[in-house]
Design a protein around this ligand. Structure first.
Ligand code: TYD
Length: 211
């Protein structure tokens, strides 16, 4: 099928169903023989997967908020140069589970890191990516209380609850704000629907913009 190569990102809080939706989209693109690549952050290239390990494994307090933020950008730069840009150049539709909006939503809104400003994040972003941006960002929006009942079912309740419900509320507000500021690029989908309904909305967006 004819399509335009490009870059799609999925964003949302824990339990919003991103990973399931990316898998369903991948299956759909396979059936349509659309040349694509699914990837993720933090990670997505061999060096960035190394950084993911040092960010996610072990003592969460080993990095202060500034070091942690810089590691997300270091990993993102490698993800861009080694994976995303070459794949787009090869004509692929690239789909990433999280990207730069996660840093704004988690580090600024969720964790409220007071020693980091949005202006600094914008400068770091420009340093690693220039003017490159996703063509489409799908934000799965869900009430954290509904998300909590989902993660409970897959045994990840502790990880969710350790951050606290107010953290998840701030995170949701952060993503909603990002969507309202950049409304051409970002589309908010109500994630409190069946996975099939959400998938249909995702397919409609992809068809509108890339096929
Ligand atoms: P992961 O296991 O991939 O979680 P999820 O399935 O929710 O994507 O872990 C990634 C974690 O890293 C997740 O809690 C979000 C967080 N994160 C940030 O805090 N900042 C970022 O810039 C990115 C990309 C992720």
């Amino acid at each position: 099928m004819q399509f335009h190569p490009g870059f799609i990102t999925f964003e949302g809080g824990d339990g919003s169903g991103k990973t399931t939706q990316i898998q369903m989209l991948h299956d759909y693109l396979e059936t349509q023989s659309i040349f694509h690549l699914t990837t993720r952050e933090p990670g997505g290239s061999s060096a960035a997967e190394e950084v993911r390990k040092i960010l996610i494994n072990g003592d969460q307090k080993k990095w202060d908020s500034i070091s942690e933020t810089l590691l997300f950008y270091a990993a993102r730069r490698s993800h861009l140069t080694d994976t995303i840009w070459p794949a787009i150049k090869n004509g692929k539709l690239v789909i990433s589970d999280r990207y730069a909006d996660s840093t704004v939503a988690y580090q600024l809104y969720g964790y409220q890191n007071t020693n980091i400003t949005k202006e600094q994040l914008d400068i770091l972003y420009q340093m690693i990516a220039g003017h490159f941006k996703p063509d489409l960002t799908i934000i799965l929006d869900i009430d954290p209380r509904v998300a909590l009942s989902r993660v409970q079912k897959r045994g990840e309740k502790d990880r969710f609850e350790s951050k606290g419900i107010t953290f998840h509320e701030r995170l949701r507000e952060g993503f909603r704000k990002i969507a309202s500021i950049d409304s051409n690029r970002c589309v908010l989908i109500n994630a409190n629907q069946s996975k099939e309904q959400i998938h249909q909305e995702v397919i409609r967006l992809i068809k509108d913009r890339f096929l």
